[in-house]
Design a protein around this ligand. Structure first.
Ligand code: TRP
Ligand code: SF4
Length: 405
């Protein structure tokens, strides 16, 4: 534990293996991931255990779906040279941390997570009265905390899960971060920052503890992050010392809310596999063009000569996602004045979508032709993930008192 580690600005997120992805998944999450990978040290994984929590009785498609989804990730531009891609169940530390965290998790916290009751009501045909399903958010907490990420990019629907993750981390640090000589060790760590940074740290800590200035806390975090001489243990102490807890063994991650554009499906409802209104990421371009040609438009526009209202047209939602300002203007004016027909209006959209999909198909082909390439990428990712995960787990076990040295 004496290794000097610079805290990388790490990002972690996961997806359940739903099989091939559609444009809703792409614009809702995946595209964001492909941008984040060049800014942060990114870990992205397939949450195959999570698939079991809602479907233990039919596991036949999990493996196939996992590989399909990984190919989609690669096709969409996730770059294994910069991002770490892996499969949850291949990194057993997830299960182990989940178990350890389960010991300190009050049942009420899990029962109160909104998705627990919601899903039970919505998915009546499934047996969700299991221990595993109740533990869904805790497994997700373990997924996250294992990598000590700064950010977790997710959509609105997952915010509650990151929130409980933060609560679990706080509780863990509170219970197990209290070394008997914590204050003395923290003070020694402050001195090790060097006189200038030590003074700044003390000032920021006072400002935070006395006046509750969140900005001081942020600045102190930045100060610690920038200091490369700090050992991991001392960094944890100084983080905890700031906030008045013990060592921050499991730092609290923050949500990086994906500004999810509304991706409308072919029938005007939200694009979703369960509605059967999707356009697949790697669908045949001719089929995609055909789907878009018959896509629903403003119902009031019955004849070509009837003016329409883009706000009432699902095609307009897609235009907003794909088209330039100029095209949008052309659509808006042409539609309202009946200057253009719906097929004419869809033409530039179809071009853009087909273009996007063709690029992904092309990239996917290489991986489909060469499954070993995909296996190799994942094997390497799993190995890298395990290095980080086992380091955290060692720390966690040591803090609990299970290191047996
Ligand atoms: N629950 C997430 C979803 O349904 C998937 C997930 C599992 C996840 N573990 C995670 C997302 C950890 C972010 C971080 O989309
Ligand atoms: Fe929709 Fe375009 Fe037809 Fe207007 S012209 S109703 S925006 S498809």
């Amino acid at each position: 534990m004496s290794s000097s580690v610079t805290a990388p600005r790490r990002v972690l997120s996961g997806m359940r293996p739903t099989g091939t992805l559609h444009l809703g998944n792409y614009h809702g999450a995946l595209k964001n991931w492909t941008e984040l990978q060049y800014e942060y040290d990114c870990y992205f994984f397939v949450a195959d255990y999570h698939a079991l929590t809602t479907g233990y009785d039919d596991t036949s498609s999990i493996e196939g779906n996992t590989w399909q989804m990984v190919v989609d990730w690669l096709a969409a531009g996730l770059n294994p040279a910069v991002a770490t891609l892996f499969i949850q169940s291949k990194v057993p530390e997830h299960a182990e941390l989940h178990l350890l965290l389960s010991m300190i998790t009050p049942l009420g916290w899990l029962e109160r997570v909104p998705t627990y009751k919601d899903q039970q009501e919505q998915l009546k045909e499934k047996d969700l009265a299991t221990y595993g399903f109740l533990g869904y958010p805790l497994l997700q907490s373990a997924d996250i905390l294992l990598y000590r990420p700064m950010y977790v990019p997710v959509g609105e629907d997952q915010v509650a899960h990151v929130e409980i993750t933060r609560e679990i981390a706080r509780r863990f640090n509170f219970i197990y971060g209290r070394e008997p000589d914590f204050e003395a060790k923290a003070e020694r760590a402050v001195k090790n920052l060097g006189s200038k940074n030590a003074a700044l740290y003390r000032e920021l800590r006072r400002a935070y503890q006395e006046k509750g200035e969140a900005e001081s806390l942020d600045r102190a975090h930045a100060l610690l992050e920038a200091n490369s001489r700090l050992t991991l243990a001392d960094r944890e102490r100084l983080l905890g010392y700031l906030e008045g807890t013990g060592r921050s063994i499991l730092p609290e991650p923050e949500v990086l809310l994906t500004a999810t554009p509304k991706v409308t499906g072919l029938d005007g409802r939200k694009m979703s596999k369960s509605y059967g209104n999707t356009i697949g990421l790697r669908e045949d371009p001719d089929a995609v063009a055909a789907k878009l040609k018959t896509m629903q438009t403003d119902p009031a526009r019955v004849r070509r000569t009837d003016p329409g209202d883009p706000e009432k047209c699902p095609v307009w939602d897609l235009h907003k996602l794909y088209s330039s300002e100029d095209t949008l203007k052309w659509v808006d004016q042409g539609c309202r004045s009946a200057g253009i027909g719906c097929l004419e209006c869809k033409k530039p959209l179809i071009e853009r979508v087909v273009d996007e999909i063709s690029g992904m198909r092309q990239r996917a082909q290489e991986y489909e032709d060469n499954p070993d390439l995909v296996r190799g990428i994942i094997a390497e990712g799993c190995e890298k993930a395990r290095e980080v995960a086992s380091q955290t787990l060692d720390d966690v076990k040591q803090a609990i008192g299970l290191s047996y040295r």
